[in-house]
Design a protein around this ligand. Structure first.
Ligand SMILES: NC(=O)c1ccc[n+]([C@@H]2O[C@H](COP(=O)([O-])OP(=O)(O)OC[C@H]3O[C@@H](n4cnc5c(N)ncnc54)[C@H](O)[C@@H]3O)[C@@H](O)[C@H]2O)c1
Ligand SMILES: [Zn+2]
Length: 679
């Protein structure tokens, strides 16, 4: 063998052993050491080398194998029908190529029917029912031999212990055990509190929870299940010859099947399904990492057959990665509106699902301690939806001498104003004690005060607020209203005209509503909706100010913590002074009419709001309706009197129409509210 071939052989063997390590951590320990994107890259590299050099192909290669070996602490189960993996496509071109390969193999270009399903991010399970009774359940393992987890599976409420209807005498149900998002977050909170290891993602949490020797532990974990295929079944039984119809059969026998599966024709429709599911991804209650397309006809599936580790008749279309690997270059500390000091990771920029990420939040001191992270570490970061990117974990394998690691030191003084920082016991957050003498807090609270949902001061952007504070022209929100044109023009790039506009905008902003004013004050955890509720409940600023804890928790949506924040906000002398100064500056709002219960014109009427209300927003609409005595509920039923449908109203509108519930447009609502003098 010549040198360069030797080199390739060496390279292949290194990639294989790297993937074996990754597989071990992922499948056996349920604790991945690198993000999937990194794993997939290495796998693709190996596959392309093996393709170019078939002489080095080996059935032992990770590219030919499914999953990881079954743990020997579990009894082993041999699957009667192997449990395979899935091939992946990552783009529309690869998707077309998948369809083309099927055409080529079938020697037929006729459009093909596919069943489309979300790719649930959990672990595969095979459940055996005999005479309708659950008798055995096993993990996938290496595809041929899995682990017996029957007792654990029986603790999952979504999985029936007995089938109903006309089921086959013997049936292997295949599906995914997964952990819904809220359950996953709760579990990780609990794990953190107990000082236990937190799970990297819902997939690992599901696998770790199911592969327990003590089924009591599994029983306490929030696991769910969707069936997605059949393995072995009694040959005589009456089983459909379409995958989709088989799913409906499973459903009839009492097994949960994912409600968003669809049958479509042709690869164009597949791409549409992918987009459709992608749009819903964040609002689904469980994590998915792509969609799966399966040739629907079982006969065609059989014609197409399998390769070593995956069927030819199915593929996973994966979403862009949400996790990537990069380096922590430094940590900076930012001070927020309430003085909370947040450590921000400065990262070696890295593209995550097409967006370059160079900062991520590290949350607080506890999180830094938990991650045991140091500057210079190689880290896994996650960017999901609109959420701020986060540091998920440290890749310990990459901690080398050369990394030159440095401890992260939490500041003892505020990086902006130099005040002492304090950390209240039982609270994870470290705060600057400087209050409004802290420039950072002042800037953030004024930005909030002027923001659209608060006093909505036109033209008072973030840059201007920062300059006003830096030049010490304002020391609290009330100072805004005594700014003069001369003062404003001392700022860079502020001519007479813009300065005058700003003064006028401030003047205009003085006419507001009580709810907006309360929101603008920036009381901790008092968002727009809470401010609305406070205003409607108490009707006047004095009443809110004088309300005690017991009166506050009477208000809808106000809990213990928020009530305490409100009480302590108004108890603070400094805040009293600023509020008085704001009132003296001329801020005012229309009196909220107090209607006695008998006077409420919409008493006992039930409303549902849906779609986007462009002129007032749903929170305001809700508050107005409630003030007139209406009940505003979340879902349409036969009891609903009116559905207010804004722009792009969806399923609620259809349901209301089906039930014959009267539908109001946004204009109708405005008219109604005007009639009763609510707006
Ligand atoms: N980060 C790591 O170190 C590491 C290590 C190993 C594997 N991985 C990841 O796992 C992938 C390979 O794992 P795999 O072999 O389990 O394959 P896979 O997860 O890509 O696809 C097969 C699995 O998808 C699941 N699935 C979900 N919904 C399904 C549906 N509707 N129909 C059919 N199956 C459905 C099943 O559990 C099935 O076994 C890699 O591409 C990589 O992303 C990562
Ligand atoms: Zn400070």
């Amino acid at each position: 063998m010549n040198d360069s071939l030797n080199q390739i052989k060496q390279q292949i063997s290194e990639l294989r052993s790297l993937l074996e390590d990754y597989n071990y951590q992922y499948y056996v320990m349920d604790n991945p050491s690198v993000p999937d994107a990194e794993y997939d890259r290495v796998m693709r590299e190996l596959i392309s080398l093996e393709k170019a050099h078939p002489e080095f192909q080996s059935p032992d290669s990770p590219s030919q194998k499914v999953g990881g070996e079954a743990l020997s602490v579990f009894e082993q189960v041999e699957h009667r029908v192997p449990m395979l993996s899935l091939d992946n496509v990552f783009s529309d071109d690869e998707l077309k190529a998948f369809e083309q390969r099927i055409f080529d193999r079938l020697k037929n270009n006729q459009a093909i029917e596919f069943s489309c399903e979300p790719k649930l991010d959990g672990l595969a399970i095979s459940i055996l029912y005999r005479e309708g009774k659950l008798v055995q359940a096993a993990t996938r393992g290496d595809g041929r031999i899995g682990e017996n987890v029957t007792d654990n599976i029986k603790t999952i409420r979504a999985i029936p212990l007995k089938l109903r209807g006309d089921y086959p005498a013997e049936l292997e149900v295949r599906g995914e055990v997964f952990m819904p998002k809220t359950g996953f977050e709760k579990l990780n909170e609990q794990q953190k509190e107990k000082g236990n290891k937190v799970f990297a993602n819902p997939r690992n949490a599901a696998a770790g929870s199911l592969r327990q020797l003590d089924s009591k532990i599994t029983a306490a974990r929030p696991l769910a299940f969707y069936a997605y295929s059949m393995g072995y079944f009694e040959p005589e039984s009456d089983i459909a010859n379409s995958h989709f119809e088989r799913m409906m059969q499973l459903k009839n026998w009492g097994l949960p099947v994912c409600p968003v599966i669809k049958k479509v024709t042709g690869s164009q429709a597949l791409a549409e399904y992918y987009d459709w599911i992608g749009e819903q991804r964040n609002s689904l209650s469980y994590e998915i990492d792509g969609v799966v397309y399966k040739v629907d006809s079982i006969e065609l599936q059989q014609n197409l057959g399998f390769v070593a580790r995956a069927p030819r008749w199915a593929t996973a279309h994966k979403f862009p990665a949400q996790e990537e690997i990069t380096q922590l270059l430094d940590v900076e500390f930012q001070v927020g509106r309430t003085g909370a000091i947040t450590p921000v990771a400065r990262l070696q920029p890295v593209s995550v699902g097409g967006v370059t990420v160079s900062n991520a939040t590290l949350h607080n001191a506890d999180e830094i301690a938990r991650l045991q992270i140091k500057i210079g570490d190689t880290v896994i970061i996650r960017r999901a939806g609109d959420v701020i990117p986060q540091v998920v974990s440290v890749v310990e394998e990459k901690r080398t001498e050369a990394a030159n690691l440095r401890e992260i030191e939490f500041p003892t003084e505020c990086p902006v104003c130099g005040s002492q920082v304090e950390r209240i016991e039982d609270e994870a957050i470290t705060r600057c004690s400087g209050g409004l003498i802290c420039g950072a807090q002042l800037k953030e609270s004024i930005k909030h005060f002027a923001s659209r949902k608060a006093l909505d001061v036109d033209g008072l952007g973030n840059k201007i607020v920062e300059a006003l504070v830096d030049l010490e022209l304002i020391k609290n929100p009330a100072d805004l209203f005594s700014l003069t044109v001369e003062q404003i023009t001392t700022m860079d790039r502020m001519g007479d005209k813009s300065a005058l506009n700003l003064v006028n905008a401030l003047d205009k902003a003085k006419q507001t509503t009580l709810a907006k004013f309360l929101y603008a004050l920036g009381i901790r955890e008092v968002g727009e909706a809470t401010a609305n509720n406070l205003a409607l409940h108490f009707k006047s600023l004095d009443a809110v100010k004088n309300a005690n804890y017991d009166q506050l928790i009477e208000v809808s949506d106000i809990g213990k913590i928020v009530a305490e924040h409100i009480v302590s906000f108004f108890a603070e002398e400094h805040n009293q002074t600023v509020i008085q100064a704001l009132l003296d500056a001329g801020i005012s709002w229309p009196q909220i009419e107090t209607l006695s219960v008998d006077e409420q014109p919409l008493k006992d009427q039930i409303y549902v709001l849906t779609g986007t209300l462009t002129t007032m927003g749903r929170n305001d609409a809700k508050a107005h309706l409630q003030n007139l005595g209406a009940k505003v509920t979340g879902s349409v039923s036969a009891k609903t009197h009116y559905l207010v449908a804004g722009e792009s109203a969806g399923s609620k509108l259809t349901k209301a129409q089906d039930l014959g519930v009267e539908v109001l447009t946004e204009d109708d609502l405005t008219q109604l509210l005007q009639t009763y003098g609510a707006i």
